[in-house]
Design a protein around this ligand. Structure first.
Ligand SMILES: Cc1ncc(C[n+]2csc(CCOP(=O)(O)OP(=O)(O)O)c2C)c(N)n1
Ligand code: SF4
Ligand SMILES: [Mg+2]
Length: 289
């Protein structure tokens, strides 16, 4: 197979505004997959609802497009049913941290073996520009007319505090760094968060491509990504926001391999035949409650 970014592209038109940051992540993700030589049939792209959540429809591979905020549990289940697949969630900051906030915490606790690319444009893009959990305090929107009153949600600090095993932030203005980190996240065994700063040119006039460029910096080379305390301290930094890998931990057991189904057997669930007699006993037991 000839691995190149085009291999993973779907030819139809993309329903994003010209200049939207989701285009850039779409291209970098395809380049990362091509460099890793992953066949499209081994990939599953999972999303909820939003502009970012359209991305699986624009990728060659398997896909599941579910409810807003509900991409993560679906992804975890897909991986548990067939651990040979690479499962990649691509959804927005709202979908990932707002409506999907509780699932975000659960994925980290379970160390589900998935990649979570959170397209963070600091706004609800699809629904025309309401504040998202990561919108900056004071930002005015058609709904938050007096300005956002909440402190912005810090996904990096929360992920490290909850014990996530791969935590990174990228800004799509840094091509080399973004592709490199996407590749590392895809190769990581365990839950891998890549909070990805992207511009929404139509609904967020504050956090433009230029704004991200001026308000981010690349984490110093001497940062120890295995030092959780140092990672947490770095996660609390804002303006300028650090980009790069904050924390990585290897060897922590992942969700699917700890589940009872894989204790004695390693063949994927989808290949196993259901035991109808056992199911009947279970249903009868429930009926008698
Ligand atoms: C449970 C539920 N709440 C709200 C909505 C409406 N809704 C659809 S997309 C969206 C915001 C999407 O924002 P984000 O996830 O940041 O993605 P973006 O469009 O910015 O890429 C909202 C609020 C919905 N579809 N379902
Ligand atoms: S509204 Fe924003 S997020 Fe949606 S396609 Fe346009 S630029 Fe992208
Ligand atoms: Mg958004």
């Amino acid at each position: 197979m000839d691995y190149n970014a085009k291999l993973y592209d779907m030819p139809h038109e993309k329903a994003w505004c010209p200049g939207c940051g989701h285009f850039i992540l779409h291209r970098y993700l395809r380049e990362a997959l091509a460099e890793l030589h992953i066949p499209p049939k081994n990939l599953v792209f999972v999303s909820g609802i939003g502009q970012a959540a359209k991305l699986p429809q624009y990728m060659k591979g398997n896909m599941f497009n579910g409810l807003h905020g509900r991409a993560l549990p679906a992804a975890m289940a897909i991986k548990a049913a067939n651990p040979t697949l690479k499962v990649i969630v691509t959804s927005g900051d709202g979908c990932s941290y707002g409506e999907g906030g509780n699932h975000f915490l659960a994925q980290i606790e379970r160390n589900s073996d998935i990649v979570h690319i959170a397209h963070n444009n600091m706004i609800y893009g699809l629904t025309k520009g309401q504040a998202s959990p990561t919108s900056l305090k004071g930002m005015k929107t058609p709904v938050q007319v007096m300005g956002v009153t909440n402190e912005p949600f810090n996904p990096i600090a929360v992920a490290i505090a909850m014990g996530a095993t791969f935590v990174a932030r990228v800004f799509v203005g840094n091509k080399e760094q973004t592709i490199d980190i996407l590749k590392q996240a895809i190769n990581h065994k365990g839950y891998a968060l890549v909070d990805s700063l992207v511009q929404c040119v139509s609904m967020n006039k504050l956090n433009s491509f230029q704004w991200y460029k001026e308000h981010t910096y690349i984490i110093e080379k001497d940062h120890d990504i295995h030092d959780r305390k140092a990672a947490f301290a770095k996660a609390l930094e804002h303006d300028p926001y650090p980009t790069g890998i904050f924390y990585e931990e290897k060897g922590k057991p992942v969700f699917w391999e700890q589940s009872a189904a894989y204790k004695k057997r390693t063949d994927p669930l989808y290949k196993r035949k259901g035991d109808i007699e056992k199911l009947k006993v279970l249903i009868e037991a429930k009926r008698s409650i």
